[in-house]
Design a protein around this ligand. Structure first.
Ligand SMILES: Cc1cc2nc3c(=O)[nH]c(=O)nc-3n(C[C@H](O)[C@H](O)[C@H](O)COP(=O)(O)OP(=O)(O)OC[C@H]3O[C@@H](n4cnc5c(N)ncnc54)[C@H](O)[C@@H]3O)c2cc1C
Length: 373
């Protein structure tokens, strides 16, 4: 009987595992893949996300430093930068592997190549069935990402209105060329993908190029992605990876009586930008902390504390990101025109990226400033 079984060894599961190990929980982490493994992602790791790590990021994991953004809408280009770093770019195979190694360092048991098939909540324990056996624990954390089905022990799978779709590829390029094209900026392209956007992010040996939006805006994601690649001068043949992304901010059930959902499994993503790493890491850590507390004091009802910890930490941010995103999807032409109407609008948005203001502040500021122009 373990104290906790963690399903998924991505950023959320690995962060839960490290915190569980540090809090002396008897923990088992199950990951279906062998690491390092590929994960479709832009690889943008914000300062906000980095602030949750309790160790220094090694230099070889940091591939690029970002201070600003180039934002395109139709033929317009807006660019803004801050005088400090906003985020770094990482390759998810290496970054996720690092987080899993950091979890292992604390002495928890990790089984890679073992897939959880389902999780059953019993009155006194949970039972997790995998392709290799059955395990029992007092609690479980489901950190299986957006696409898994183990989470259905807590809530139904998302409907088509509750998640978006992304397509991403890596375009090889040399560092000098990347530096000349992007400098310290990420490129964001609005207007071609309904209320969603396309991105070009710099990495050490490649560009991460992708598109993302809600299903109704992306009926033919592959074709839209091919057009986006072509429009940006990427003429080669590239391996495309499609992946679901939760439309964040929607209030979903994230806890059962003995099971907690964290990261993408809980739907914790900024619904406008698609940023999920900060919320995956912090929610994983909260889940382990709440379970450690219950293992100490026996107060099982305190499992609900998990939800309030998450909502207090980032609930408002995600709620207003959803509102902002819904406005963008409802009136894409008008809103993107406003969003890209001046460098100042982009400069202010970088404060949202930097987590120094939230979307509510940004909306208020935009309304005021746009009226005054
Ligand atoms: C194309 C794309 C681009 C993105 N770009 C960014 C970005 O630039 N910056 C950012 O902050 N966020 C980005 N995101 C969001 C970010 O990738 C997620 O929020 C983040 O990966 C969530 O971490 P997680 O640990 O919850 O889930 P995941 O990273 O999906 O990890 C889940 C893990 O669980 C394992 N697993 C799944 N099912 C089982 C099972 N049954 N048994 C055992 N193991 C299982 C999987 O193999 C995986 O390793 C992007 C998402 C997409 C799709």
């Amino acid at each position: 009987m373990y104290d906790v079984i963690i399903i998924g060894g991505g950023p959320s599961g690995a962060s839960a595992g490290r915190r569980a190990g540090k809090l002396d929980l008897n923990a088992l982490l199950l990951e279906k893949e062998e690491f390092p493994r590929y994960k479709p992602c832009g690889g943008g790791l914000s300062n906000h996300a980095i602030s949750y790590l309790d160790f220094e990021l090694p230099g070889d994991v940091v591939e690029w430093e970002i201070t600003g953004a180039k934002v395109f809408f139709k033929n317009q280009l807006m660019e803004a930068h801050k005088d400090h770093r906003l985020s770094v770019l990482v390759s998810r195979d290496l970054f996720d592997n690092l987080l899993l190694e950091k979890a292992k360092e604390t002495g928890i048991e990790v089984h890679t190549g073992e897939k959880a098939l389902c999780c059953r909540e019993m009155p006194d324990y949970v039972e997790v069935e995998t392709n290799k056996g059955i395990y029992r624990a007092k609690f479980a954390i489901v950190a299986e990402g957006a696409q898994g089905l183990v989470k259905t022990c807590v809530r139904p799978v998302d409907t088509k209105e509750e998640y978006g779709i992304c397509v991403v590829t890596e375009v090889p390029a040399d560092e000098k060329e990347i530096e000349e094209k992007l400098g310290r900026a990420v490129e964001l392209h609005f207007g071609a993908i309904g209320g969603g956007y396309g991105w070009i992010f710099p990495h050490k040996t490649y560009y991460s190029v992708g598109i993302g939006g809600v299903i109704k805006d992306l009926p033919h994601p592959k074709e839209t992605m091919l057009e986006f690649l072509k429009a940006n001068g990427f003429a080669g043949e590239y391996k495309l990876h499609g992946h679901k992304i939760p439309w964040g901010g929607i209030k979903r059930k994230v806890s059962g009586s003995r099971v907690l959902l964290s990261g993408d499994a809980a739907g914790f993503v900024d619904s406008f930008s698609g940023e999920g790493l900060a919320y995956a890491i912090s929610s994983g850590q909260f889940a382990a902390e709440v379970i450690a507390e219950i293992c100490q004091n026996g107060k099982i009802k305190n499992i609900k504390k998990y939800e309030s910890l998450c909502y207090d930490e980032f609930g408002t941010h995600l709620k207003y990101s959803l509102m902002f995103s819904r406005i963008m999807h409802r009136f894409p032409e008008k809103t993107f025109k406003i969003f890209t109407s001046s460098d100042k609008m982009i400069d202010k948005y970088l404060e949202v990226v930097d987590y120094s203001i939230d979307y509510r502040d940004y909306l208020r500021w935009s309304l005021l400033n746009f009226k005054l122009r």
